[in-house]
Ligand binder design. Structure first.
Ligand SMILES: Cc1cc2nc3c(=O)[nH]c(=O)nc-3n(C[C@H](O)[C@H](O)[C@H](O)COP(=O)(O)OP(=O)(O)OC[C@H]3O[C@@H](n4cnc5c(N)ncnc54)[C@H](O)[C@@H]3O)c2cc1C
Length: 438
């Protein structure tokens, strides 16, 4: 019988470069963090596994931003630039954007801010000093294995990869059942016109979702996501979110691969079936499907503060608030026993609540921050703060604090946030709660 292991020989890894701030993961949180750190004067590197910037916004083709309307700073600037490029369509307090335009815009802004971008590169190890401080990350890429040193690191990998590699404690999934939210592969569609399909279109409209599900059923299809959604990007360009992959671990490459293949096949089947119905679907075509299946849940790295459902119910505020979340609990069905749409937790009445800076600072490893969906929180609050309006505001704050910590040669928790945030306008703005719409 073949050996059950191979022994990997130890090796010396060259230090590729040393930085003030290294951001791992270039999704909405990571790009905001890197640009914000660089604009604050920090020498900043941004490491991304995919071949583009934007994470679920671009590689995942999400196309729909929630909980952005009460954000100033980077989010407001981004929305304005998308408008100037004719790449944004506002609907209530959310908006659709053209993912290809988003890709190029983020690249241009990183270049302009002098962020050193490294694509096609995965973080695979994170050695910590004897004093518990993260001092370098190790990556794998076409250039082999390399190390990047920095004064401060930001984990913006969504799944909390960096925090976990560095040895941080974390939570994952529903603490009672161990279940996690389903994955969804998003697709871009064309060959239909808004005027003719408007009753099926609407990010936040339960009626539009019901109409689309009934239309799919009329076509002989029972979508695995019982509330399939069409988002209008342009009159003739739409994003579709219509599949659910239940019980898939984001840490199991075989399972994620199978879920991706199954989801892509299902999406094509849905499109073919709708097309067979004839008008208005007769020319419906898939333009693209996500390179990356959308992963709603990963690790929630333990921080100096843990955001909780109680915070949401109380509408809790904090003196070190970096972001105010107005989006409610949004748990997509975690197993077939909950149906194919949402869990009943979504009916909880919550109030806008703050994310404090402490939830962005790792508890177990020094010199490490988090931004985006891997910050410190419980299962139900994560289902709310994970949306990208909030990910951007968290990234912006993390980048600014990391830059100040590197400049002052202190740890992130020693930076006076209030002095940074009165200088640069991104005070959390409190607005009434948003209806669930993802
Ligand atoms: C299907 C789906 C639908 C959603 N619907 C909405 C919606 O309508 N509106 C909304 O605003 N939000 C929505 N969300 C939530 C939101 O998109 C995410 O929570 C959001 O992407 C969080 O941003 P992030 O930057 O933390 O993570 P991500 O966008 O996941 O970015 C993480 C990045 O890190 C990279 N990375 C991961 N590991 C490594 C590594 N080891 N080395 C290097 N790079 C790495 C990834 O490639 C990725 O680019 C949805 C999410 C999903 C999955």
């Amino acid at each position: 019988m073949a050996d059950s292991h191979v022994l990997e020989p130890s090796r010396r890894v060259p230090i590729h470069s040393a930085w003030d701030v290294v951001v791992c993961g270039a999704g909405p949180a990571g790009v905001s963090a890197a640009i914000s750190a660089a604009r604050s004067g920090a020498r900043t590197a941004l490491i991304e596994g995919q071949g583009c910037l934007g994470g679920v916004w671009t590689a995942g083709l999400l196309s729909w931003v929630i909980d952005a309307s009460n954000k100033k700073g980077f989010m407001q600037e981004l929305a304005g630039e998308l408008d100037r490029r004719g790449a944004r369509r506002v609907k209530g307090r959310s908006f659709a954007y053209d993912p290809e335009q988003m890709k190029v815009l983020l690249e241009q802004w990183c270049v302009a801010a002098e962020v050193a971008v490294r694509l096609h590169t995965r973080v695979v190890a994170a050695p910590v000093n004897e004093d518990g401080r993260l001092h370098a990350i190790i990556t794998e890429s076409r250039s082999g294995r390399e190390a990047f040193a920095a004064k401060v690191f930001i984990d913006a990998t969504g799944d909390g990869e960096l925090g976990s590699l560095a040895g941080c404690g974390f939570d994952y999934g529903d603490p009672e059942t161990g279940e996690v939210q389903p994955m969804t592969l998003v697709g871009l569609l064309t060959g239909i016109q808004l005027a003719e399909v408007s009753k099926f279109v609407g990010g936040g409209s339960p009626e539009a979702k019901r109409n689309l599900r009934e239309e799919m059923e009329r076509a002989g299809i029972r979508p695995s996501y019982g509330s399939p959604t069409l988002f209008c990007i342009r009159e003739d360009l739409f994003a579709v979110s219509s599949t659910h992959e239940y019980g898939v671990s984001p840490f199991d490459a075989d399972a994620v691969t199978e879920a991706t293949l199954r989801s892509r096949a299902e999406l094509y089947q849905q499109v073919l079936a709708l097309r067979r119905l004839g008008q208005p679907w007769s020319d419906l075509r898939v333009v693209a499907t996500g390179n990356q299946i959308g992963i709603r849940e990963g690790r929630r790295i333990h921080g100096l503060y843990r955001v909780t459902l109680e915070d949401m119910l109380a509408g809790r505020t904090h003196p070190d608030a970096v972001c105010c979340c107005a989006f409610g609990v949004d748990v997509h069905s975690t197993s077939h026993s909950h149906g194919r749409s949402y869990r009943s937790d979504n009916n909880l009445k919550v109030r806008p609540y703050d994310i404090p800076l402490r939830a962005l600072i790792a508890r177990d490893v020094r010199g490490l921050m988090m931004a985006g969906r891997c910050i410190s929180g419980d299962f139900l609050s994560h289902s709310s703060y994970r949306v990208t309006g909030n990910a951007v505001a968290m990234g912006e704050a993390a980048g600014r604090v990391a830059a100040a910590a590197a400049h002052q040669d202190v740890l992130p928790e020693q930076v006076c946030w209030e002095s940074l945030h009165t200088e640069q306008a991104n005070r959390p703005v409190r607005t009434p709660p948003l209806a669930i719409a993802s």
